[in-house]
Design a protein around this ligand. Structure first.
Ligand code: UDP
Length: 327
């Protein structure tokens, strides 16, 4: 299949793109390189462009005879969405509107959308199945929920097959150590914790220790990018021009922020000093997937159930690429 991967030079988009190449598909990354990295995309597979540019999207879809779109391009920092919602609504909502218009013009009828567990937000019931109440508590999460509904409405009115993938916390790196996480600035927990044993930071601040969770810190479900990529591969092959599906992608195991510190200490053999700070605005207390549907319907078989194994792959990437893709 010829697949356009928006945000294909980013952390998750590029992991999926590389996986698709290995499994016989023909993916093309479409990325404005604001946050993505040229080095994350196999050569000859990158088109530089912005999803806001509908005409450019139509040209690319036509030129490469695109059969399906995987849509990753988005602003993703929860904290930033609270202080700069304009940026998030422009990128995520207006950007997707532009993409949907381009797909209509180019006659592309299959879409996979990167949604998020953050749309479940304050829902206190964990683990979360796909029919759980969606109660987003940040502008970022609300943009993703708006887009879910926008896709459903476009599909109903204009004809479009879609699969919404709500993923939990993407983590880890390619097991061979060649590609991994490189955000500037880095805001995600695991790479920030690993900066301590790398000698790049002295200690870590844990945002909040008064959440209604077993140890008082937030709980997240860290899903390895290889397992995410496998899920995207299965989902795109199952998406027809009349599909309307939604799947969670997570391990089903929650890890508190303190448990992540312990896992990183175990992998790196280094004591990681930390202090508690105030809660970060927009953070839900606990997000854990019930991935039963993905396993039973699509035959998804995750390889990284153990958080220590996931952190090991991240550690391999960071120790061999101290400056990320600049190395
Ligand atoms: N977190 C933290 N200190 C940091 C960065 C993150 O305590 O320096 C916490 C954050 O508040 C959340 C968890 O780590 O509870 C995961 O945050 P991350 O930004 O990695 O992913 P998110 O859940 O926001 O997608």
């Amino acid at each position: 299949m010829n697949i356009l991967v928006t945000g294909g030079a980013g952390f998750v988009g590029s992991a999926c793109l590389r996986w698709l190449v290995k499994h016989g598909h023909n993916p093309i990354a479409y990325d404005n390189l604001k946050e993505g990295h040229i080095g994350a995309v196999p050569s000859g597979r990158l088109v530089i462009g912005d999803i806001a540019n509908t005409d450019a999207l139509v040209t690319v879809m036509t030129k490469f005879k695109i059969d399906a779109v995987m849509h990753f391009a988005a602003a993703t920092y929860v904290g930033e969405s609270v202080t700069n919602p304009d940026y998030h609504y422009s990128n995520n909502v207006s950007g997707t509107l532009s993409l949907l218009r381009a797909m209509q013009k180019a006659g592309v009828k299959r879409l996979l959308f990167s949604s998020t567990c953050a749309t479940y937000g304050m829902n206190p019931k964990v683990p979360m199945a796909e029919d759980s109440l969606q109660d987003p508590c940040s502008p970022y999460a609300r943009t993703k929920l708006v887009v879910e509904w926008m896709i459903r409405d476009f599909a109903h009115a204009y004809g479009l097959g879609f699969t919404l993938l709500r993923y939990f916390n993407a983590a880890g790196a390619d097991p061979d150590g060649t590609h991994g996480e490189d955000h500037r600035p880095e805001t995600h927990l695991i790479p920030l914790v690993l900066e301590v044993p790398l000698g790049k930071r002295k200690e870590l601040t844990i945002f909040g220790n008064d959440y209604p969770t077993p140890d008082g810190t937030c709980v997240r479900d860290y899903i390895h990018t290889s397992d995410l990529a496998q899920a995207h591969h299965l989902a795109i092959e199952a998406t027809t021009p009349t599909t309307s599906e939604v799947y969670n992608i997570g391990t089903g195991n929650g890890q508190s922020n303190l448990q992540i510190i312990r896992a990183c200490e175990q992998v790196t053999g280094t004591k990681i000093p930390f202090q508690f700070g105030p809660r970060r605005p927009g953070d839900p207390p606990a997000l854990v997937a019930d991935p039963t549907k993905l396993k039973t319907r699509l035959g998804w078989k995750p390889q990284f159930a153990d958080i220590v194994k996931t952190v090991e792959t991240a550690w391999k990437w960071h120790t061999t690429h101290r400056n990320g893709y600049a190395d």
